[in-house]
Design a protein around this ligand. Structure first.
Ligand code: SF4
Ligand code: SF4
Length: 421
């Protein structure tokens, strides 16, 4: 954030905005579109000057074109939380974001433009169909991949059987929150974590009844449903104690902010905060294991050039940037590559890549070109959405550069089967 001055949050963001423009150059959507109305300052100007036209198609269009990356809030001297403002605006959308409107819009787009299916395109038809059948109704992946037919009903969110016995802290188990993508799209992430934990007689425990973290649902403006999803996860996680290992950066940031989501109910807020205090982000966990020499890393004869992509939720919301780099720096033979002008958004943005595909692809391809110029042997990250987007980026430019989760990289380098550059 810009400074530590106290902020009066009772004043509307557009009135607090100093129009300083600090948010403009850091906004990936502005950089891709060249149109300042897409920046945080542009949105404040729109809200102030055209307030009487709200809600309306112009507002819906402008507020749909935000990645919720948080880069603007990081530099805003007025501490304006644009993501919160955008989510609130989306909750009032009709048509595009209204009852089934958003789903219909995305489904229509996805059907007319199969390439919009993102990772499903990379997966291929059979895998996508399999995924569609296996995905629970409440999974945020349905929104992210446009693989949905209807909004999940409250009963579907809440009626899953909950385990009644303690789950973790028994027999070396550690509770894990893998997120939808690791459970249904990239099971190698769970396999890698299992193998790493197994090396010191510990097992991952994924509690029955755990659901999607709800971030994608919140991003679409469906706050009540996102709250129900959070409450369901809290109830499930309360059945265990000890740390909760979270392998997806975006899920981690969202779980850590459940207290804010449930802030208007003191009981739920307290329960949420107790869960948030238990969550551990995967790179912090791996760093601790390596530091304690719990992971023995093989010496490599040949160097491996690795590019680490910072997920926006981890960089801007949780402000975790050093730990993943420390993990990589501690792996012998790894050369860590960095972009000359610093980390950049990949353009996935939860639903953004489906709702604004051209802008998303432009942001993605700009990043992909810079990464490829560094000539990496491998790309790694910790967010499932970023994994999907970067895989699709490499496929789009026909580059055979593997994109893998950090846990899979650490596991590969610490197991017998070393990765070959
Ligand atoms: S950085 Fe904050 S105060 Fe400055 S223009 Fe952007 S939203 Fe307004
Ligand atoms: S959250 Fe990101 S995409 Fe949205 S206005 Fe801010 S910088 Fe731009």
């Amino acid at each position: 954030m810009g400074d530590d001055s106290p902020t009066d949050n009772s004043i509307q963001p557009e009135q607090r905005c100093a129009k300083c423009g600090a948010c403009t150059p850091v906004c990936p959507v502005f950089r891709a579109s060249g149109n300042e109305i897409h920046s945080a300052r542009g949105k404040q100007h729109l809200a102030e000057v055209f307030d009487d036209q709200r809600p309306g198609p112009v507002f819906e269009d402008i507020y749909s074109k935000c990645l919720l990356c948080g880069a603007c809030s990081q530099v805003c001297p007025q501490h304006i939380d644009i993501s919160e403002e955008v989510i609130e605006a989306r909750s009032g959308f009709s048509g595009l974001y209204g009852e089934h409107g958003y789903q219909k819009f995305l489904a229509r787009k996805a059907l007319s433009r199969p390439e919009l299916l993102g990772a499903a395109r990379v997966l291929g038809k059979t895998a996508a169909e399999l995924l569609f059948r296996r995905l629970p109704p409440a999974s945020g992946l349905r929104l992210r991949l446009a693989l949905f037919a209807q909004t999940p009903k409250s009963s579907e969110l809440l009626d899953s059987p909950l385990r009644t016995e303690k789950i973790s802290s028994v027999g070396g188990e550690i509770t894990c929150f893998p997120g939808c993508a690791a459970q249904y799209l990239y099971p190698d992430i769970i396999d890698a974590i299992s193998t790493i934990l197994g090396r010191y007689d510990c097992q991952p425990a994924i509690p029955d009844g755990l659901g999607c973290c709800g971030l994608a649902t919140l991003a679409s403006g469906k706050t009540d449903e996102a709250r129900q999803m959070a409450e369901k996860n809290i109830k499930t996680l309360e059945l265990s104690d000890g740390p909760i290992l979270v392998s997806c950066a975006s899920c981690y940031a969202h779980l850590a902010s459940y207290g804010k989501l449930l802030a208007d109910d003191p009981v739920w807020q307290t329960r949420a905060k107790l869960i948030s205090e238990r969550v551990i982000e995967i790179s912090l966990f791996l760093e601790a294991l390596i530091k304690d020499e719990m992971i023995a890393v093989e010496e490599r004869k040949q160097g491996l050039k690795v590019f680490y992509h910072d997920p926006c939720h981890l960089r801007n919301q949780a402000t975790i940037t050093e730990e993943p780099r420390k993990v990589l720096a501690s792996l012998p033979g790894i050369e860590l590559l960095e972009l000359a002008d610093g980390p950049q958004c990949c353009g996935q943005g939860g639903l953004f890549h489906v709702g604004a595909p051209e802008l998303s692809a432009k942001i993605r391809d700009n990043l992909a070109d810079k990464i490829v110029d560094l000539e990496p042997d491998l790309i790694t990250t910790t967010c499932s959405g970023c994994l999907m987007q970067l895989k699709s980026a490499m496929a789009a430019i026909d580059k055979d550069i593997p994109v893998i989760h950090l846990s899979a990289l650490v596991n590969s380098l610490s197991a017998d089967q070393s990765l070959q550059p």
